[in-house]
Design a protein around this ligand. Structure first.
Ligand code: GLA
Length: 519
């Protein structure tokens, strides 16, 4: 999709500065216990840095666990209507949400208040993305649902979705227009928040197109304040594509913030993308057209990136592959926590661009990174494989764990499939980082561990205790979250498993002798 950006006229900057003074955020720190004299705790805390955990949060009572739900964009794009949202709500509820609810009730999830209309700690929502409104506001300046595609209006849709026990999400933009050139909410925040609240909307995704070049730190808080004024509890999801590193400031503004450009339903960039990327004509085009598209180079190895990595991507490619996004989001792990989450964009599982092992890896890593789990496929027509991935209760349990610490990449072994470097241009440039161990602490002194094979051959991946912050003598019981089996009772020093090409195995490790107290 094309994104068009207008450069800021001086008056707009002045206007923004006058209209939007900083509003004090309600901040409640949620620190992890500071390690004292215990070596184990110190090692854990140095690997899983949580120094920023909770210190920046908005504390509007929402998002104690990452949100879960469905969003229309990845599959339907602009081709949405109320029937799609309703049918999805029905299917979502019957096929997915009931299963989610059962799992929340029977394990250690953070107690979703599933049918409450008031506050909720997690959220299962049906979200209409761009294109739900008419091309213009009405004569009173109000947003209007498209009468052809949403003839019953948004309030009726909310009633229907609420009747299914779900929340309803809607979309707008912190700019003059949305990305598909519907009216945006910039300078209309109060009116739009009020109308969203009157329609009983529960969730707002707030995009970044046509932003007039105004600093996102000035454009996003006014909608937070406008939503607060309505008195309705509305989850506020910032979608500024990672511009100006929102992890550093958005916790005081909303409940989640996109850390990257749009996800694409691909494992990695193709050779075509790489070649275009090095094409100076395309690069020049992008430089003049799209100031936001500053997605860094895909070269994610430990070597320094070549200088071209700082150039912008060609205009048709304003998106990032799944592996790229995982790596970009990983950088901000220390800033996530209950109340505010890094958002590496919605799930592509089931949309057809990746293989089963790749989709399983996508879901595992998103769950471990405490990302919002927003399904992006047509749930009315899921395959059994897609359904099995999206309803894996144990993997969802990692995502919804009450400790709320984002898991991260803790080890990379580059020697596993280095032969690919010389043979495959794409792999060389894309820098797939080969054999990876990702991990994160869970409540109950447990660890979530993912072995992710980013090589294109099956490989054995080893998680050594030092990479996980465990002492080598610690005995660990290991549960496999995809096989749903306890596979070892007393692993010591390391754990290894064979992982399919591009696949990901995921485990919960329960150390027998970690003295870190449960949270
Ligand atoms: C942007 C967002 C996407 C989607 C589209 C809709 O690109 O990043 O997630 O909402 O706009 O136009």
């Amino acid at each position: 999709m094309a994104k068009i950006h207008l450069f800021v006229p001086l008056f707009a900057l002045i206007h923004a500065a006058i209209l939007y003074p900083t509003v004090a955020a309600r901040v409640v720190p949620l620190p992890l216990p500071v390690p004292t004299n215990n070596n184990q705790e110190q090692t854990l805390s140095s690997i899983f840095d949580t120094s920023k955990y909770g210190i920046l949060q908005l504390n509007n009572g929402l998002a104690q666990a990452p949100p879960m739900g469905w969003n229309s964009w990845n599959f339907f794009a602009c081709d949405i209507n109320e029937t799609v949202i309703k049918e999805t709500g029905t299917f979502h509820f019957d096929l997915l949400a009931i299963k989610y609810r059962l799992s929340w009730h029977c394990s250690e999830f953070h107690g979703l208040k599933f049918r409450d209309s008031g506050t909720f700690e997690s959220l299962v929502s049906s979200n209409a993305d761009d294109c739900w409104s008419t091309l213009r506001r009405d004569s009173k300046g109000q947003l209007v649902p498209d009468p052809e595609t949403f003839p019953s209006g948004i309030r009726a849709l909310a009633d229907y979705v609420h009747g299914k026990g779900l929340k309803l999400g809607i979309y707008s933009d912190a700019g003059a227009f949305t990305c598909q050139v519907r009216p945006g909410s910039l300078f209309h925040e109060n009116d739009d928040a009020e109308i969203f609240a009157s329609w009983e909307v529960d969730y707002l995704k707030y995009d970044n197109c046509f932003n007039l070049g105004i600093d996102p730190k000035k454009r996003y808080p006014p909608m937070r304040d406008a939503l607060n004024v309505t008195g309705r509890t509305i989850f506020y999801s910032l979608c500024d594509w990672g511009v100006d590193d929102p992890a550093l400031w958005a916790g005081k503004v909303g409940n989640s913030w996109r850390t990257t450009d749009d996800i694409n339903d691909t494992w990695a960039r193709s050779a075509l993308h790489v070649l275009n990327y090095f094409n100076p004509v395309h690069t020049a085009l992008v430089l003049s057209e799209s100031p936001h598209a500053k997605t860094p180079c895909m070269y994610q190895n430990s070597l320094s990136p070549p200088p071209k990595c700082l150039l912008l991507l060609p205009s048709p490619f304003h998106f990032s592959s799944m592996t790229t996004i995982a790596d970009l989001n990983n950088k901000w792990a220390a800033y996530a926590g209950p109340g505010g989450w890094n958002d590496p964009d919605m799930l592509e599982v089931g949309n057809g661009g990746m293989t089963y092992p790749e989709y399983r890896a996508h879901f595992s890593i998103w769950a471990l990174m405490k990302a919002p789990l927003l399904i992006g496929c047509d749930v009315r027509n899921m395959t059994a494989e897609t359904y099995n991935i999206l309803t894996n209760e144990e993997v969802i349990g990692v995502n919804q764990d009450k400790l709320g610490v984002q898991g991260r990449k803790v080890h990379v072994a580059e020697d596993g499939c280095s032969e690919e470097r010389s043979n495959d241009l794409t792999t060389w440039f894309v820098g797939l980082d080969f054999l990876q161990v990702w991990a994160g602490p869970l409540s109950g002194n447990r660890l979530a561990v993912a072995l992710w094979n980013r090589c294109s051959k099956a490989k054995t991946i080893k998680a050594a205790w030092d990479a996980l912050g465990l002492e080598s003598s610690t005995s660990v019981s290991v549960r496999d979250l995809w096989k749903h089996q306890d596979v070892l009772r007393d692993a010591v020093a390391s754990f290894s498993a064979q992982v399919d090409a591009h696949g990901c195995e995921m485990y919960i490790f329960t150390p027998q002798s970690v003295s870190r107290s449960d949270i």
